[in-house]
Design a protein around this ligand. Structure first.
Ligand SMILES: *Cc1c(COP(=O)(O)O)cnc(C)c1O
Length: 387
């Protein structure tokens, strides 16, 4: 692309259409999609209800501004927010985290926030400053002050949580950081310490939320009690929408004029989100859990034993295959692409899989089969070099 800032490393082909959980490129080649547009299109590319909702809203009105109330906004807020929480709608994950960061400072009157190494919260100044990855922050100093970092899953981090913090922010499964799940007892200890010390717990569910891990929000797998939950990616199945969800008591700090965004609560994006949430039923979530079991079982049996595979991690249909240093994850992704399977990378040489949640079990297993064959080939190559 000649007219675009080169901020993205790109593959050579353009994806021009999609159906079910497949994508088609500009040469007509068909791909099985294990990316969902980075955790976005969980209901795939031809979901009828979502399409109907969006088309119907397109024929009514697209945008009204937040100077006027919106029944649709209130309805979607009710559908997405955990019990006892209110919603603030925005347009992306980083904006949801900005809202959370601002609300936490304003509500508590404190400045300090504790975040975790290897975490990812977005690219705007606040969220980038909360992101414990030097590559993301490099060149952009000075960052937002008042942020400290602790090691994820480290018991010593609990001692760092003291009453002078406004908030702790974390992902219960670090996504970009390599699909690293929090340990249940550690997450619970963080949650308890936050509540003991009057520190707000912000859980970033931008990647893990909206069914990705087999529950509506991933924190439901753990015995934790967030004050604020942020989500975005899969919420609109491809239309830009984010939400900051927080306990009702926090509303005193977010009165009229305190925060806002022009496009937040856009009716087209909300129509799509409504379609997503209408289908995110307990029965649907059960199908995600059973698909997850099938995929993890196949990966454990067929992929985990390979010498180049260090570990397999994840929750639900958020999966990381950790490769050792003898193999480059980028080469694996390029080969799989040739064979018609789209996959992602994450930090630490991790092959990351985020298939649409609606993908059929046979197609999930077709993907696993392709990954097995590719990693087997890579494994054999490494072994032949050693010999
Ligand atoms: C993707 C992501 C973000 C940023 O979302 P954007 O919509 O790209 O701004 C924030 N947090 C997590 C955990 C993410 O995975």
């Amino acid at each position: 692309m000649k007219h675009i800032f080169p901020t993205y490393q790109q593959f050579p082909m353009e994806l021009v259409s999609g159906y079910d959980w497949h994508l088609v490129d500009n040469t007509g080649k068909d791909y099985l999609d294990f990316t969902s547009g980075i955790g976005v299109c969980s209901f795939g590319y031809s979901n009828e209800l979502i399409q109907e909702n969006v088309v119907s809203q397109l024929g009514k009105i697209w945008h009204t501004s937040n100077l006027y109330p919106s029944e649709l906004q209130d309805k979607v807020a009710e559908m997405v927010a955990p019990a006892g929480m209110l919603a603030f709608f925005c347009n992306s994950g980083t904006e949801a985290n900005e809202a959370a960061f601002k609300l936490a400072r304003k509500y508590t009157g404190k400045a300090k926030v504790l975040a975790f190494k290897n975490g990812f919260h977005g690219r705007t100044y606040g969220s980038m400053s909360l992101t414990g990855n030097p590559d993301v922050q490099s060149g952009f100093a000075p960052l937002v002050p008042g942020i400290a970092f602790a090691a994820y899953n480290d018991p010593a981090a609990i001692d760092q949580i003291t009453g002078d913090y406004a908030a702790v922010i974390l992902e219960v499964v670090q996504g970009e950081g390599g699909v690293v799940a929090g340990k249940a007892d550690w997450l619970q200890a963080v949650s308890e310490k936050c509540h003991d010390q009057g520190v707000l717990l912000i859980i970033d569910e931008v990647q893990t939320g909206i069914g990705r891990t087999g529950t509506k929000f991933a924190y439901e797998h753990f015995n934790v009690d967030p004050d604020i939950v942020t989500c975005a990616k899969a919420l609109g199945n491809g239309l830009p929408i984010g939400a900051m969800l927080g306990k009702k008591k926090l509303a005193v700090a977010f009165g009229p004029g305190s925060h806002g965004t022009t496009f937040g609560g856009n009716k087209i994006a909300l129509a799509s989100a409504k379609g997503v949430l209408q289908q995110l039923t307990p029965d649907f979530l059960k199908t995600v859990q059973s698909k997850s079991q099938v995929v993890f079982k196949a990966l454990q049996e067929r992929v985990a034993p390979l010498g180049i595979v260090k570990a397999i991690s994840g929750l639900g249909l958020m999966i990381g295959i950790h490769l050792n240093k003898n193999v480059k994850v980028g080469d694996v992704i390029a080969d799989l692409q040739q064979q018609g399977l789209l996959t992602l990378a994450a930090e630490h040489n991790t092959l990351r899989l985020l298939p649409p949640l609606v993908m059929s079990e046979p197609d999930l297993l077709t993907g696993v089969q392709l990954i097995q064959a590719e990693l087997q080939k890579q494994n054999d190559q490494v072994n032949s070099l050693v010999e």
